[in-house]
Design a binder for this molecule. Structure first.
Ligand code: ADP
Length: 209
């Protein structure tokens, strides 16, 4: 097995890269999905969130009211840290279970927007970072997610800086070009991951002898 951390700032193109890697045969662990799973009704994390943030963040049907919680945590760093202290351990546990289920031959992608922020990069064999300048992140968020300039910039400001993220990279994907260029860059990254997986397997066999 080869474990790969994939990250990128919001709007950088990380999800697009993840989908391309899946089409090559990677097993994807999508942390945005895990983040939703751990707060499903009845979960310990949702209970803890209700205790910390009050019933105003729980919708009438018992699910998490994401916009209400978002309004609190994106405006208040200590509230965000409290939320992360509740959800991140649960997300990590679920990710470990998914990785174990993937099988020995898998190339497993930890598709995690907060890979660097969670300190998870160190636990991956390879870290892949999708990189664009902040102004291009803002431009793509405005064009595709209906965000205002201010909204986009304040969301970006809650994440690791471009420098922190690229500093953690083993393989850097420059996504400033058009989509078809990204397609061929990701093809090259996949070939490299396959080589590294084979090398890791060979090394494992040698040490087992
Ligand atoms: P992230 O997962 O990093 O937030 P996405 O993969 O969702 O980013 O990409 C954000 C938006 O930008 C999407 O609508 C996507 O289709 C678009 N996009 C991604 N890469 C490119 C590119 N190279 N050129 C133009 N648009 C792109």
């Amino acid at each position: 097995m080869l474990t790969v951390g994939l990250t990128g700032g919001i709007g950088s193109g990380k999800s697009t890269v993840s989908a391309l890697l899946a089409s090559h045969g990677a097993v994807i662990i999508d942390y945005d999905k895990l983040a939703r799973e751990v707060v499903e009704p009845g979960s310990p994390a949702l209970q803890a969130i209700a205790e910390r943030f009050g019933s105003g963040v729980i919708a009438a049907d018992g699910t998490l009211d994401r916009p209400a919680l978002g309004a609190v945590v994106f405006a208040d760093e200590s509230a965000r840290r409290d939320l992360e202290a509740i959800t991140h351990p649960a997300i990590r546990d679920l990710a470990v279970a998914r990785q174990l289920a993937a099988g020995d031959d898998a190339i497993v992608i930890h598709d995690n927007p907060l890979l660097v922020e969670m300190g998870a990069a160190a636990h991956c064999d390879v870290v892949v970072v999708v990189d664009v300048p902040v102004d291009l992140q803002v431009e793509r968020l405005k064009a595709t997610r209906d965000m205002s300039e201010d909204e986009a910039r304040s969301r970006i400001a809650t994440q690791a800086s471009r420098q922190e993220r690229t500093g953690a990279a083993d393989l850097l994907i420059d996504n400033t070009g058009p989509i078809d260029e990204l397609d061929s860059i990701v093809g090259g990254v996949w070939d490299e991951l396959v080589l590294r997986a084979a090398a890791a397997e060979g090394a494992g066999r040698d040490s087992a002898l």
